[in-house]
Design a protein around this ligand. Sequence first.
Ligand SMILES: Nc1nc2c(c(=O)[nH]1)N[C@H]1C(S)=C(S)[C@@H](COP(=O)(O)O)O[C@H]1N2
Ligand SMILES: [Mo]
Length: 234
Amino acid sequence: MWSGSILFIGGVIIMTEEPTIFGKIKDKLIGKKQEWAEQGRGLTGETAAPEQRLPPGQHLVKDWPVLDLGIQPEVRKTSYTLTLDGAVAHPIVLTWAELMALPQSEQVSDMHCVTTWSRYDNKWQGISAEVILALVQPKPECRHVIFHSYDDYTTNVRLEQFAQPDVMLAHSWNGAPISREHGGPLRGMIPKFYLWKSAKWLKRMEFVTEDHPGFWETRGYNNNADPWTEERYS
Ligand SMILES: Nc1nc2c(c(=O)[nH]1)N[C@H]1C(S)=C(S)[C@@H](COP(=O)(O)O)O[C@H]1N2
Ligand SMILES: [Mo]
C-alpha cells in the first residue's frame, strides 16, 4: 500500500514516496506542544487585571519568534484570494487588489504567545474587523468565526472577540509587508487573546452559528484564550 505524503502548497500538488521530512518535523513539534498542554506548562495559577500590561507567566521579548506547523506556504499576492462565507448576508471572495481597495487602518498592539513570550508595540496595518463585518454583514444567528489558513491551520473565536476595535486582518508589521514566515501576505491579529488565535496565511473566514474548535483548540489549548486569566489550556 502507498504510504507516502501528498502536500498541497500554494496551489501545487507535491507527492512523495515517504512521509516527508516536513511531516516528521511537524509531528514532533505538534506532539511537544500537546504534551505541554497536558502538563499545564507555563501556568502560574495567578490572574491579573487587564490594566497590568504583561499577563501572568509571560516575559518580554524584543525579537519576534516564529511558530508554525513546519510548513510556511508561499502565498502569492497575484493569485491570492480571501473567502468570507457562511452565516452572512453578503458572502464574497476578495482578490488582493480588492482587499487593498477596502478602507485601511493602523493599530499598535501587544502580542502574547502561550509559550510565554510577549512582544509590545507592534504596528499593524491592514483591514479592521469592523470593515470586514460591515462588508459581509453576519446574520443574527452568527456566533463564531472560524479562520482557515493556506497551511490547513484553523482557529476559532466568538463573533464578539472578532468584533473588537483592535482586531485586524494585517498585511504590514512595523511599516513593512508581513514576511512569509510570519504569515504574509495576510494574517489575522487578535491582540487581546493568545497568539494561536491569530491565523497566519489567511485563506478563509467562515462565519458560523455553531462553534468549531480549531487545530490547537482540539489539542488541549483553551477555547477562549484570555492571557490575563491564563486560559492557556483546556
Ligand atoms: N496558519 C497558521 N497560523 C498560525 C499558526 C500556524 O501554525 N499556522 N500558529 C499559531 C501559533 S501557535 C502562534 S504562537 C502564532 C505565531 O505567530 P508568529 O510565528 O508570527 O510569531 O501563529 C499562530 N497562527
Ligand atoms: Mo503558539
